[in-house]
Design a protein around this ligand. Structure first.
Ligand code: PGA
Length: 255
């Protein structure tokens, strides 16, 4: 069953306005010249870059744009927050939800994330929903259970039609920004488990069409072996997405 390959960059809280525009231009140009497959390239930038890079993206037509967070409410008195409809109104298509940094540093729970997924989908933003276990959860062998609970509580309340707009990213917390990558076998084992869990809940067809990304210290040297795994359909890239050459080389694995 065919499903989309996606390589998404997560810039996190990096780059001032000009630096972001210049990196995005490099990425868009390289994508236009070098990316020849059907893979989708997504850049998830800080809010300040979104509207400008959406305009740059239109000229190259090869890169989509996403945010890294939204608030769960529609609108209102939430000083300093940004809503799904605001993000959508500048032309962004994706939003990262449930990143482990948001879970750990901003106390985002599965219940809160379920609300964010709802509001994102309502406003035609496609969630890149992150799940993954901590080092302790891996070492104690509880990781399958942790990942299943994150899925059940964060996204399984969606019906199959809405769920088909969600991309999942497996990001073992112990591999994020640490230089410790899950081995291709470790990642594949979890991806296969995720797909099996999706099959049980939504059936084989939906499960087979869901894009499952791997994230955590993914770079140009390890991307090809990771993406060669049967159930790994692309990557969510942090550090390496801040270098245009590295990011595009990762995307080119699918050429
Ligand atoms: P990393 O980050 O590639 O720097 O490990 C991945 C992520 O946090 O999405």
């Amino acid at each position: 069953m065919s499903r989309k390959n996606i390589v998404a960059g997560n810039w996190k809280m990096n780059l001032n306005y000009e630096e972001g525009l210049s990196l995005f231009s490099e990425i868009a140009n390289m994508a236009k010249d070098e990316v020849i497959g059907h893979q989708e390239i997504v850049v998830c930038s800080p809010f300040i870059h979104l509207s400008s890079i959406v305009k740059l993206a239109e000229t190259s037509n090869k890169v989509s744009v996403g945010a890294q967070n939204i608030h769960q409410a529609e609108a209102g008195a939430y000083t300093g927050e940004i809503s799904a409809s605001q993000v959508r109104s500048v032309g962004a298509e994706y939003v990262i939800l449930g990143h482990s940094e948001r879970r750990a540093y901003f106390g985002e729970t599965d219940a809160l994330l379920a609300q964010k997924v709802d509001v994102a989908l309502k406003h035609q933003l496609k969630p890149i929903f992150c799940i993954g276990e901590t080092k302790e959860e891996r070492e104690s062998g509880r990781f399958f259970e942790v990942i299943k609970t994150q899925l059940e509580q964060g996204v399984f309340h969606q019906d199959a039609t809405d769920f088909s707009n969600i991309v999942l990213a497996y990001e073992p917390v112990w591999a994020i920004g640490t230089g410790l990558t899950a081995s291709p076998e470790q990642a594949q084992e979890v991806h296969a488990f995720i797909r099996e869990t999706l099959t049980q809940h939504y059936g084989e067809q939906v499960a087979g069409q869901t894009t499952l990304l791997y994230g955590g210290s993914c770079n140009p040297s390890n991307a090809a072996t990771l993406f060669a795994q049967k159930d790994i359909d692309g990557g969510l890239i942090g550090g390496a997405s801040l270098k245009s050459r590295d990011f595009i080389d990762i995307a080119k694995v699918f050429n």
